[in-house]
Ligand binder design. Sequence first.
Ligand code: ARG
Length: 457
Amino acid sequence: MWGGRFAEGPAAVMREINASIPFDKRLWQQDIRASKAHVAMLAEQGIVKAEDAARIAQGLDTIAAEYEANGVPVDLALEDIHMATEARLAELIGPTAGRLHTARSRNDQVATDFRLWVRDAIDAVELGLIELQKALVTRAEEHADAVMPGFTHLQSAQPVTLGHHLMAWYEMIRRDRDRFADARRRLNECPLGAAALAGTGFPIDRHATASALDFAKPTDNSLDSVSDRDFALDYLMAASQCSLHLSRMSEEIIIWASQPFGFVALPDQWSTGSSIMPQKRNPDAVELVRGHAGRITGCLNALMMTMKGLPLAYSKDMQDDKPPVFEAHDLLALSIAAMTGMTQSVTFRTDRMRALAESGFATATDLADWLVREAGLPFREAHHVTGRAVKLAEEKGLALAALPLADLQAINPAINDSVFSVLTVDASVASRMSHGGTAPAQVRARIADAKTLLGIS
Ligand code: ARG
């Protein structure tokens, strides 16, 4: 490519360290799409002849068909996907191929290709996350009334419903989708035509290429255009946050699947056995989702470190932008699909959840609230009275609701028979009707909102 200036070829190791084709071949569709938009604009502007542009476009279509059928051939001498495609174009149509690179540099070319790729990746993630949300909403609706212990500090706190818990996961994913949408909006400006760093003297139409590639507008500064990788970092930040959510969900499923909890039975399709312990059923799928979060956030860190000291405009360090994004995307796509499959097929053992909710004095707050409401006690005093009731129940090995009235009255004489109506777990959850609370009626209302947003009935 630069034979005019160089007498010798590169050393073998130079060739190897310099080449990005082994990984950037994944950009081939975006590269061909951007080249076709570029050459169509060059013809429209009278910068290349219409018949040359047509031959170039045809040649690019031929190459696309070849890549589709046989994959992209990896020849380190051709360095990257941009040079490989141009070299193949020259084999197919001869010297006319050399006109494609008019008014363009690999610097704006790679920036454009990679933006297109990340945009496609965001769209794929969005579809995956919608499927996960649908699965969560479906399971939440099935279990809108199912009582389970709610935890703080992983200690039984207050009863909640399983539907409410699953809708908490839905909310995490709703924010993730919003972050990806935000990344997509900011990404959607086209760097093509920034050329090497300074723009070009050719009378190009950057608005035309931007709109042909479905970008909202061209970028506004040529130096920034070729040196900016914020879009890749934005993607990795959204992916990292999403992976943290998937990891936290995984952790809960892992805890729930343990024998002491026994809240879920893992589906055959999403678990593995042990080669030595016949009784085992391991939550490998979700353990790997939890593990992948470490790798995905590692990818974010890798690219942040690559970018942190780079002066304007392009530096070759930036070629290292692609492997972490590709890796994170592959891991995230798999993680989302695995979490969706797990959500759809896991068996919730609601009998077990209810039994544990009833055993942990989880309605103690309801007793304290009753004392405030019905007996006029200040909450701090009610808390104290309730603490004594819990202590007594614990000593007697009884649930709060099973304590004899006389015992409760010995602790505080204002307590009467009506207290028992708030001490059951069902009464407890049903009472929590504040917006976003765990009452089944509230949960169903939030599920209805979610279904409207997702367009499902
Ligand atoms: N393979 C390079 C990359 O991915 C393309 C840009 C090369 N530009 C340059 N000035 N050498 O970043």
